[in-house]
Design a binder for this molecule. Structure first.
Ligand SMILES: Cc1cc2nc3c(=O)[nH]c(=O)nc-3n(C[C@H](O)[C@H](O)[C@H](O)COP(=O)(O)O)c2cc1C
Length: 177
């Protein structure tokens, strides 16, 4: 299948996850990985994977904009969604995100239904934040008992690759039907 992986990413953590998933999918499919804002058309693709991080409890704006822009095409093109977020570093947090934030996102698009969804832990990189963001993130981290300086990477690459394998098989199965 020709698969588009489109991402919305503030500091690059989601972009790196998208690229890693792309590597796995490329073993069995033709894959293009692009920032959502650069996507011109879904016509060249048989399936789409959308990834966004979560900020202040919300998906990055690029994702709802993408869904709005391509809602017609996504009705007939199989698509999946993944999130990258601090809260998703635990199984419970990941489940909560999928149970609450995903329906919230999709309620504006009742005709759209992803065939798969997943949430992965994200990154805290205090040195890359400006003062205001650093202060907010320190408060969030403190309340969660996490370190308040340096680089904290909660992405579970094994879990990310395992999900990509699953997706790859699901797409192969779709190809045969
Ligand atoms: C300003 C800001 C707000 C954030 N808010 C949340 C949040 O509400 N919930 C959460 O789980 N993670 C939150 N995070 C953590 C991000 O989801 C995490 O850092 C992720 O790796 C960012 O990915 P990106 O670099 O692709 O944007 C926030 C991060 C920043 C910088």
């Amino acid at each position: 299948m020709r698969v588009l992986i489109a991402y919305a990413s503030g500091f690059g953590a989601t972009a790196e996850v998208a690229k890693e998933i792309g590597k796995v999918l490329a073993e069995s499919h033709t894959v293009e990985v692009q920032p959502m804002a650069k996507v011109q058309s879904l016509a060249p693709f048989d399936a789409v994977l959308l990834g966004s991080s979560i900020r202040a409890g919300r998906w990055l704006g690029g994702l709802p904009r993408f869904l709005q822009r391509f809602r017609r095409e996504l009705e007939t093109t199989p698509f999946a969604i993944f999130a990258v977020a601090l809260t998703a570093r635990t199984l419970e947090g990941s489940r909560r995100l999928l149970a609450e934030s995903l329906p919230q996102l999709l309620q504006r698009f009742p005709e759209l239904e992803p065939f798969a969804s997943q949430a992965f832990g994200g990154v805290l990189d205090y040195d890359r934040y400006n003062l205001a963001v650093r202060m907010v993130m320190r408060r969030v981290a403190q309340s969660e008992g996490l370190p308040t300086s340096g680089l904290q990477d909660f992405r579970d690459w094994q879990a990310i690759r395992a999900w990509a394998q699953e997706l790859s098989q699901q797409l192969q199965a779709k190809e045969m039907t």
